[in-house]
Design a protein around this ligand. Sequence first.
Ligand code: ZN
Ligand code: ZN
Length: 145
Amino acid sequence: MPELQGQCMCGAVTVTATPASDALGACHCDMCRRWTSSALVTFPAQPGYAALGPVKTFTSSDWAERAFCEECGSALWYRITLPGEMHGQTQIAAGLFDNAAGNTLKLELYIDKKPEGYAFAGERRQMTEAEVMAMYAPSEEGDSQ
Ligand SMILES: [Zn+2]
Ligand SMILES: [Zn+2]
């Protein structure tokens, strides 16, 4: 995937990032809905992404933070802060980039939290809150594979 450059609504923040895949994900969780007024559509960024400008971060949970433009409020990214193998993994807001980085929506998270009044057209993998939690929760069996 090529390195891409995007910007926030006001242009004060520019973001340079290389997508780790050509897939977009959409999150319908309560926090993303309130943050964006709909769903947060992102792509996973390879390490080394960079931002220039007035970036603010907000600790939105015990395991993640959200970055936004201090000037215009545009959502920039969601980053895992929890220590461990997922630490630092970042989902960059696809809307910062022309044509949503040219990528395709392939996953919807928290589909059971999506409001009834709208939906993305087409078919793709969908995960409920319980399925997302099971994916992120540490193994309770104690096996280390
Ligand atoms: Zn801005
Ligand atoms: Zn979410």
